[in-house]
Design a protein around this ligand. Structure first.
Ligand code: ZN
Length: 297
């Protein structure tokens, strides 16, 4: 798909509610709700997610926010091939960036991803209430970004984590936290081989807090949320800022800024050499490449 076809696409949405929101006790349960497409993230979903987080922040009765995904998988990543793919959707922008729609060449995607991918994930990392990701099944590429932006991650034992975007010639997703979430050499392997990392391995490296059975996932997440809800809200906010600040002092934010630009150099190179910012690796091609790789290993 070339940039020019991206700009003229007309998305067909399968739902008006790509994110659901419910408050139980003091916890807001924010659920990605495109199970038919394994919660692939289109702009419709990401802006709904931002709205849901705003709602949770604004409700004084909400002390904790859980982010989960309906269906078999937490999230297959950014939408690269469903009928609801909407790169050219005009949105009420949440940052003081220009609209991407009339931007030429590489500036189109650079501007769009600055807001909807990198910008949003950083914004959600700074939510002033504790956030818990509840992850089952696949947590792939853009899925990692959502889980990583949360404070704690609870995973089911069937969960797996993967960033396969090197198949597009790109050095990892836009919210580039890999060597902060994993030891650097493991992050190197994670990116270079692009293989699935099982929940148990992610737990071993400290990328997730708890691994439980699929049946216990919601109850365990609710239990942790309940414990958090009983604590000082301000204390928790300060604590998350403290950890985030320490990570930024270790270079997380600066590394992310640097790699965001490498990411977009790679998108531009794909466009120049193949006429597609993702090197024609849409959802179908990625699935086929994944299958081939799994067969080889
Ligand atoms: Zn990108």
């Amino acid at each position: 798909m070339t940039s020019s076809t991206v700009r003229t696409e007309t998305p067909v949405y399968e739902t008006d509610e790509p994110v659901t929101y419910a408050v139980e006790d003091a916890t807001a349960w924010v659920m990605l709700n495109r199970p038919r497409y394994h919660n692939a993230q289109n702009a419709q979903m990401l802006y709904a997610l931002d709205d849901a987080f705003r709602r949770a922040v604004d409700d004084p009765a909400v002390k904790v926010v859980v982010l989960g995904g309906e269906g078999k998988h937490f999230s297959a990543g950014h939408d690269i091939g469903t009928p609801g793919r909407d790169l050219s959707l005009t949105q009420d922008r949440r940052f003081l960036f220009p609209d991407h729609l009339d931007k030429p060449a590489a500036e189109f995607l650079y501007t769009r991803e600055h807001e909807a991918y990198l910008g949003f994930c950083r914004r959600w990392r700074e939510i002033a209430k504790p956030t818990v990701a509840m992850v089952q099944g696949g947590c792939i590429a853009g899925g990692l970004m959502l889980a990583w932006a949360c404070d704690l991650i609870v995973a089911s034992d069937d969960a797996f984590f993967q960033d396969p975007v090197l198949m597009m010639g790109i050095p990892g997703v836009e919210y580039w936290a890999h060597p902060f979430e994993l030891p650097p050499r493991i992050a190197m392997e994670f990116l270079m081989l692009g293989e699935r990392m099982p929940a148990a391995t992610a737990h071993h490296y400290g990328m997730v807090n708890r691994v439980v059975s699929r049946d216990d996932l919601r109850a365990e997440t609710a239990s942790i949320a309940g414990k958090l809800a009983a604590k000082s809200g301000l204390g928790l906010w300060l604590t998350k800022q403290a950890i985030n600040q320490a990570e930024d002092l270790r270079g997380k934010r600066a590394a992310m800024d640097a790699v965001y630009h490498m990411h977009h150099f790679a998108h531009a190179q794909n466009d120049l050499t193949a006429g597609s910012s993702i090197g024609h690796m849409d959802a179908k091609a990625m699935a086929a490449a994944n299958k081939k790789q799994a067969g080889e290993s």
